[in-house]
Design a protein. Structure first.
Length: 190
């Protein structure tokens, strides 16, 4: 039985404590050279991974990131997968649940201003969604707005356009607040 020297948690068979991430020094055991070169342990979750792997298959975090970010205290430890919505480690580049790369697909940012998004949506329905990084919603709202403008000639658009405007402003407000709270916002209209 081996315990972490920092927090005291039991860490049998792991090189890093899964609780605090500290390196665990254990007795040198005779290991054949072949198995020593084929495996290593993830410094984020402690899982045994292939020595050549850059990303842990269990938690989805790149190994080189740990050394740099160990010294930085991060309050938020999880985020949501942009594809399946599963809660994953905030440093994960690949979702361990569905396997989708996160760095490019999850462009949502919580630093977007709610008021800017509202004003843009009031100017042109859908523009606030582009600002928030929700292009599919934005394009659909802009297309529906153009349809409403065309229907104004048939008097149906006089009723539909204000409804479209109200929906667009409400949705951009709701989406911006959800992003500010770190929630995943799906980029589809309905």
């Amino acid at each position: 039985m081996v315990n972490c020297p920092v927090c005291g948690r039991e860490v049998d068979g792991k090189k890093f404590c899964p609780n605090c991430g500290s390196a665990v020094m254990e007795e040198e055991k005779p290991v054949d050279s072949q198995s020593k070169t084929e495996t290593k342990y993830c410094s984020n979750c402690g899982a045994e991974i292939d020595i050549k792997a850059e990303i842990c298959p269990k938690c989805g975090v790149r190994e080189s990131v740990h050394a740099v970010e160990k010294t930085v205290k991060v309050e938020k430890t999880t985020k949501f997968c942009a594809n399946c919505g599963a809660e994953i480690d905030i440093k994960a580049e690949i979702c361990p649940k569905c396997g989708v790369r996160q760095s490019n697909i999850n462009s949502q940012s919580s630093d977007k201003n709610v008021w800017v998004a509202l004003v843009l949506s009031l100017l042109v329905v859908g523009l606030g969604h582009f600002y928030l990084g929700l292009p599919k919603k934005a394009i659909m709202l802009i297309v529906l707005t153009i349809v409403c403008w065309i229907l104004i000639f048939f008097f149906i658009g006089i009723i539909l356009y204000p409804l479209m405007l109200i929906y667009g402003v409400y949705d951009v407000y709701k989406s911006a607040n959800a992003m500010a709270n770190g929630e995943y916002v799906e980029d589809k209209l309905f």
